[in-house]
Design a protein around this ligand. Structure first.
Ligand code: CA2
Length: 164
């Protein structure tokens, strides 16, 4: 590695992965009483804005496929090891309540994962009360609407600052 490539790697802004699970691509198109009127594009813009102020970049993704989400968590874990990724904001949607595979993926990596839910899942149907992610998450933010994404990014940036 040359001196210039070393310099580039060490000065690049750290990144936060904001990962969204199934059906969240529909945000803002229906069920506004539960999920609000912001679209996922609006959420991405909010995340980019707050991250920029905190000296981070955002890698914003959504997938309806469990394996794609697992691969993204693994990738973030490798990024954390190499120092390019600070953490993950993860709204796993309904997979939160069903996916032991996502539990295992988060458990297998060192990168801090903040579990986010737009709605207060504990005030809803009982099948939403259990989360396979909560036991392996660094923290949990539920019920603050899409502002929860901003809160999670702030929490991860603070955690990274406290570490360095
Ligand atoms: O409150 C949350 O953020 C949830 O993760 C959203 C999931 C739900 O299964 C979880 O229990 C709680 C649902 C995401 C689907 O989002 C939609 C948005 C608009 C219209 C339809 C679905």
């Amino acid at each position: 590695m040359t001196a210039s490539t070393t310099m580039t790697a060490s000065t690049a802004m750290p990144s936060i992965l904001v990962l969204n699970g199934p059906n969240l691509n529909l945000l803002g198109t229906r069920e506004p009483a539960t999920y609000g009127s912001a679209t996922l594009a609006d959420v991405e813009a909010m995340c980019q804005a707050v991250a920029g102020k905190l000296g981070h970049t955002i890698d914003f993704r959504q997938s309806n496929h469990e394996g794609v989400l697992i691969d993204a968590i693994h990738e973030a874990g490798r990024g954390f090891q190499s120092g390019t990724v600070t953490g993950v904001v993860f709204n796993a949607g309904a997979y939160t309540h069903s996916s032991i595979a996502l539990h295992d993926a988060v458990r297998a990596v060192d990168v801090p994962v903040v579990e986010v839910h737009i709605s207060n899942v504990h005030a809803r149907e009982s099948f939403r009360h259990h989360s396979w992610l909560s036991p392996v998450a660094a923290g949990i933010i539920v019920g603050f609407g899409v502002d929860g994404y901003v809160m999670a990014i702030e929490a991860l940036a603070r955690k990274a600052a406290a570490k360095s």
